[in-house]
Design a protein around this ligand. Structure first.
Ligand code: MG
Length: 449
């Protein structure tokens, strides 16, 4: 099980048991000192059972619950923000079908920050969680229109006239996840003709896994050109991310879409916040727009915390996010929103072909090498050699989550994997050959022999 910045995730009914969900729900309510929490879920087979467990945990702590049913994460986040109610989302996002988990959302609609998640985790072990008298248990309310309100909120913020004028034909692949309940209507209301693939909610995920990878989207990639569609749109399991396929059936890298959207959004003096494994494509766009870029450690919660801090200093962050389809428009909402980003992308390409729009941002290649290790001591030896390599390397070095060296036409990053016994070497360059050679060169320097 992982338990960190995005809440807890693991194999459902084993690592993520109903007992665990009850306990974390009680601890979250105690930590947030609230008497009302909303509960939602994605489409996983274990979702309803685990949402039931959250509800039982909360009611037995004297907390009232609003049940939202199946909702994309941006939908429950909007509900939390608008109603100033914390929320618990039962989801494992992009993980395979056997997983489930929980995202902890604060009363402003943002996922809780690291320190808060840590505090909740500590409270789970406490004996002092509230146990009210028999006549003081929490009540349950049901809200059925959270998704409708979410769709309307996105529509109200997007000028859809340019999309309506074109009536683009789009193929939506919601990957059987929660986006199946919102994106078809959203896209229709934006003015698209919509064909759907894998867009019935199904916790068996028969069509594809929840992670929208190029291999996973093979049906979408075949369908878009076969029916002459203008764009393919795919979500992960909880639809906070979105990935696109162009009219020729070519997969658009998340980094490329991020750079294209950023180029349309940035003004001089803006700041972009992104993870420090994001493609040079974004750095190029930032330079071109006289904006600045701030890197954070890898992970959405680091990005959100940094955006919030910059906004508190009175500066503007018009776009932030990562190259995995998780893009944030902080002026819309301080979280990732797959439906909103799809709408922004449709606006961007209106009247043009998607391939033409993204072409200027392509042309970088990322290659990765893994260096396996057996013990922590071995890992530290590899990282120590990486430190020496970075000091003498030919470009500015950033150390926050490993070592990143920026080059004129790309970068090299060495960092330990968070989930597997590997130190990873990433290299980006303007050709596959150069990217492979860079990664291999550094691997050779720092690997144990
Ligand atoms: Mg997700």
């Amino acid at each position: 099980m992982t338990f960190g910045r995005m809440g807890a995730r693991g194999i459902a009914n084993k690592e993520i048991s109903p007992e665990f969900i009850m306990r974390i729900s009680k601890a979250t309510a105690a930590y947030l000192d609230t008497n009302h929490i909303a509960v939602g879920r994605d489409t996983r087979l274990t979702g309803e059972m685990l949402a039931d467990a959250a509800v039982v945990g909360l009611r037995s702590s004297g907390v009232n619950v609003t049940r939202l049913g199946v909702v994309p994460t941006p939908s429950i986040q909007r509900f939390a923000e608008v109603n100033t109610t914390p929320a618990l989302q039962i989801t494992a996002s992009h993980n395979p079908p056997e997983y489930n988990g929980i995202k902890l959302i604060g009363p402003r609609g943002m996922v809780l920050e690291r320190n808060s998640v840590k505090a909740v985790r500590e409270m789970m072990g406490s004996d002092e969680l509230s146990v009210p008298e028999w006549n003081e248990i929490g009540q349950v309310y049901r809200v059925k229109d959270a998704n409708t309100e979410y769709i309307e909120s996105v529509i109200s913020e997007i000028d859809s006239s340019v999309i309506e004028n074109q009536r683009p034909l789009v193929v939506l692949d919601a990957g059987h996840g929660a986006g199946a309940l919102t994106s078809p209507t959203l896209l229709q209301m934006l003015g698209c003709k919509v064909i759907t693939l894998n867009t019935h909610p199904d916790g068996n995920f028969p069509g594809r896994n929840p992670e929208p990878t190029e291999e996973g989207l093979s049906d979408l990639i075949r369908t878009v050109p076969a029916i002459g569609a203008d764009l393919g749109i795919a979500h992960d399991g909880d639809a906070d991310r979105v990935i696109f396929v162009d009219e020729n059936g070519d997969f658009i890298e998340g980094d490329t879409a991020l750079a294209a959207l950023a180029d349309a959004e940035l003004s001089p003096g803006d700041t972009v916040v992104t993870a420090f494994n994001t493609s040079q494509r974004l750095a190029d766009v930032v330079r071109k727009n006289d904006a600045s870029i701030e890197y954070t450690p890898i992970g959405n919660s680091y990005i959100l915390s940094r955006v919030k801090a910059i906004q508190n200093e009175g500066e503007s962050v018009s776009i932030a996010g990562e190259g995995n389809g998780g893009i944030i428009y902080p002026n819309h909402r301080l979280n990732r929103d797959g439906g909103y980003v799809a709408a922004k992308f449709l606006q961007l390409i209106a009247g043009r072909s998607a391939s033409t729009v993204v072409a200027p941002y392509d042309g970088y290649y990322l290659r990765r090498k893994n260096i396996p290790y057996d013990t922590t001591a071995d890992r530290d030896k590899i990282l120590s050699r990486a430190s020496t390599w970075a000091e003498t390397a030919d470009g500015p070095v950033t150390t926050m989550d490993g070592y990143r060296v920026d080059l004129d036409d790309g970068w090299i990053l060495v960092r330990p994997s968070g989930t597997e016994p590997f130190v990873r070497v990433y290299a980006e360059a303007t050709s596959v050959k150069e990217a492979s050679e860079r990664a291999e060169r550094v691997r050779t320097i720092i690997a144990t022999t």
